[in-house]
Design a protein around this ligand. Structure first.
Ligand SMILES: [Zn+2]
Length: 406
């Protein structure tokens, strides 16, 4: 068996060991050692990464027989064999980060239990946040704030975190925050004088090393609350990012950070009003831009250049008001051609032919119903001239043939 040095001293970053086996795990080479500071994945914590004799370890897992397997990125060199002495070096950033998350979660679960009488139902340690699902359907903002304050108080008090083994028959002597179903030898983790649970993970030795916790989200899952937290250096980084964003925003609005939401609301309202004004002006302008006789005696087309959406929409709607019109409106944009087909209710409409002979050949996308169809042709400026010519002449010839038939 491998001696689990990570349990003796979770802050151990390097150790020396001897190889006890070279093996294979799902297609990757793996090394077993007589002792290791690499924690194998378990209890929601990821496996450790680092190097063993300069070979890159990508993960550490527990084998079915309980052995600790250090998975290597590449097969080990030939001079490494059973009995070889090796130096092991942890990816300390990775390990420290998840110990901070995990130990922070112990403190938060303890605070939720004490302050909000909330049991921890499940925990997920994600790459962005740690989520804790609790046995409550609701929690007030002020109560969650109290929980957060309590957890930060426990961090400031820098309480010792210790782990020790007991036998299952001794369980009755301990008051655990969360009952355990484990049997035999049980590992208990205590935040001194504050919290006690059964846990097989690795923890920071003192709560002060957690630094900081911050609640950042609440959602309801299966009738229970799932709380999201930023813990440790992640919380500080989150603060840096939010501080930068809010400072930039308040500079843009020339206001204090606390006034930013009000300024955004005012700006949104102003934009709504401006849109309304632009729409009304476009409607007035459209009355003048659509000639009285356009498309009344024969099918006609109207070409526009880079017109904005509001005016194009107003023009098509204006044209569609006359039941005697047949008009194709086109608006050239840099990367597409906007089209609208107005067919007044005063004319019969060869819909199938228009679709097959006018719209499909130029790849027109869109739809509608009488008297107005509209959409785009996704074509660059370079290819537009040809498409426009094809579009307009097909439109006219379909109508001409239809007229002759009648
Ligand atoms: Zn733990």
């Amino acid at each position: 068996m491998t001696e689990p040095l990570y349990y003796t001293d979770a802050m151990m970053q390097t150790c020396s060991a001897r190889i006890t086996a070279l093996t294979d795990v799902s297609g990757s080479s793996a090394i077993c050692l007589d002792r290791t500071c690499f924690y194998p994945e378990g209890g929601g914590q990821p496996g450790d990464r680092g190097t063993i004799a300069d070979c890159v370890v990508v993960d550490t897992i527990k084998g079915r027989d309980g052995s600790i397997l250090h998975k290597l990125k590449e097969p080990p060199p030939h001079d490494l064999g059973v009995g070889s002495p090796v130096d092991c070096v942890l990816d300390w950033r990775h390990r420290y980060e998840y110990m901070q998350q995990h130990t922070g979660q112990h403190v938060l679960s303890g605070a939720l239990y004490r302050v909000a009488a909330a049991d921890t139902v499940s925990v997920h340690q994600g790459t962005e946040v740690v989520t804790i699902e609790i046995g409550l359907a609701t929690i007030t903002d002020s109560l969650l704030r109290d929980v957060e304050e309590e957890a930060n108080r426990v961090i400031r008090e820098d309480l010792a975190v210790r782990a020790f083994l007991i036998q299952d028959h001794e369980l009755s002597r301990y008051v655990l925050r969360r009952p355990t179903t484990r049997s035999g030898s049980i590992r208990l983790v205590e935040i001194t004088g504050y919290d006690l649970v059964a846990c097989g993970g690795v923890h920071l030795p003192r709560t002060g090393l957690i630094n900081l916790v911050k609640a950042v989200g609440i959602e309801t899952i299966r009738g229970q609350l799932r709380l999201a937290f930023k813990i440790g250096d992640r919380a500080l980084l989150d603060y840096h990012e939010k501080h930068r964003a809010i400072t930039e925003s308040s500079d843009l609005f020339s206001c204090r950070p606390g006034q930013v939401p009000d300024r955004i609301r005012s700006a949104q309202e102003e934009i709504r009003q401006l849109h309304r004004t632009v729409r009304l002006r476009a409607e007035r302008l459209a009355e003048h831009l659509i000639p009285e006789e356009l498309g009344r005696d024969a099918p006609d087309s109207l070409m526009l250049e880079e017109e904005d959406e509001d005016l194009f929409k107003a023009l098509t709607e204006r044209a569609a008001m006359d039941p005697d019109r047949r008009v194709l409106l086109l608006n050239r944009k840099s990367d597409s051609l906007q089209w609208a087909l107005v067919v007044g209710t005063g004319h019969p409409f060869p819909q199938q032919e228009l679709r097959e002979r006018v719209l499909s050949p130029v790849g027109a996308k869109g739809g509608g119903k009488p008297p107005l169809w509209r959409g785009i042709i996704p074509v660059s400026r370079v290819g537009q001239a040809e498409s426009i010519e094809k579009f307009v002449s097909a439109f006219r010839s379909v109508w001409e043939e239809d007229r002759i038939r009648r």
